[in-house]
Design a protein around this ligand. Structure first.
Ligand code: UD1
Length: 340
């Protein structure tokens, strides 16, 4: 049986991936320091999969992390352990570089020491920067350019991985560039927990819907898009989780060096379209105000997911209505996230 280490596995994307792996009979080891997650997640993962998970509470930047490699036979490492708020990264660049890159480097060093040579890295569509409209949808070979420190940590991460791939023929990695993950597990047991006022649109919307926030701020309606609001490729977190399963299966099968894949649906929705879809799903009118554009936002971002379909045999199956339904189900059943 293959044993998969999920660094940062208690977080939003990691927890959904853990369930999908367990359901497919993989052994899962989760390491998390709960800096942006909650210990109650572990029990929920186990409940959903009817299986136990091996779990370590520790920080992947520290020397303590070595014990996980000493105590387990690991086949693949998936690295979810990172900060992800663009605005915070602009205010606190050093903590972003320190957290995201030191954890990555420590993980890769331990992998080398213990001869583990299969690695999945959480990258982001942010590495495409402000893609020119006539270059959309973004393909994996599109030139990269980060527009904020968070994006830089992903870009530098990709470079580190490519360099290791060039230096070491035994090293195999799949870099997954996520578009905009939203939604939650259909059971309502797993979802995105945010601390404080959410920076991303879906957790903000759901907090408006439960009355915790008065209205949604829509950041600009003067973009060069049909209704003037920004367009994104929203992807259901369970589809994203299955994308990781496919990446892991490929790494276990072939030695192909370092490969890059977009994980998106290929379809863009504007903020207004998302708000309307959410209203349909929740049967609720969502109050909103149009405000100034947010610094650093791009007008449009959506994926060309054809490489993932061709090579990984992966394709998103859930649409915007399911994404909104499941986000709302999660929020309404867990108004305080995992603290309920
Ligand atoms: C950003 C990052 C992405 C990162 C993700 C997760 C960029 C270009 N994108 O995505 O890499 O993985 O965060 O943290 O760096 N919006 C509103 N009101 C709100 C919030 C958002 O109108 O209160 C709009 C935004 O202007 C945008 C869309 O909703 O058009 C999506 O925003 P958001 O959910 O924050 O994600 P991104 O900024 O696309």
């Amino acid at each position: 049986m293959s044993s998969i280490l999920l660094a940062g596995g208690a977080g939003y994307i990691g927890s959904h991936t853990a369930v999908e792996l367990l359901l497919r009979d993989k052994d899962v080891i989760i390491v998390d320091n709960f800096s942006n997650s909650n210990p109650n997640v572990i029990e929920r993962i186990e409940r959903l999969a009817s299986k136990r998970v091996k779990f370590y509470e520790l920080d992947t930047r520290t020397s303590e992390f070595e014990i996980v490699f000493k105590e387990n036979e690991i086949d693949v490492v998936v690295d979810f352990a990172a900060y992800k708020a663009v605005g915070d990264s602009v205010k606190e660049p050093l903590s972003y570089y320190e957290n995201n890159l030191c954890s990555l480097i420590n993980t890769l060093k331990l992998m080398k020491k213990y001869n583990v040579n299969k690695f999945v890295f959480s990258s982001s569509a942010t590495v495409y920067g402000d893609v020119k409209v006539d270059m959309l949808p973004a393909r994996e070979d599109y030139p990269r350019c980060a527009t904020n420190p968070y994006g830089n940590t992903k870009l530098i991460g990709e470079e580190i991985i490519s360099d290791i791939g060039n230096a070491d023929d035994n090293f195999n990695s799949i870099v997954l560039r996520y578009f905009n993950p939203i939604g939650a597990h259909q059971s309502g047991l797993l979802g995105e927990q945010t601390n404080g006022v959410p920076a991303n649109i879906m957790p903000y919307l759901t907090k408006v819907a439960i009355g915790e926030l008065p209205f949604l701020n829509i950041f600009g309606d003067d973009y060069d898009t049909e209704d003037g609001t920004g367009i994104r490729d929203y992807i259901h977190v369970v589809d994203l989780a299955i994308g990781h399963v496919k990446a892991i299966e490929r790494l276990l099968k072939v030695n192909n060096g370092v490969e890059f894949f977009n994980l998106g649906t290929g379809k863009g929705y504007s903020v207004m379209e998302l708000v309307r879809a959410f209203s349909r799903a929740s049967q609720m009118e969502i109050p909103y105000k149009i405000v100034e554009r947010r610094d650093g936002d791009v007008a449009m971002s959506y994926a060309d997911p054809s490489k993932a379909k061709e090579v990984l045999n992966w394709e998103a199956s859930l649409g915007i209505d399911e994404m909104c339904r499941d986000s709302w189900n999660w929020q309404s059943k867990n108004p305080n996230g995992y603290d309920d």
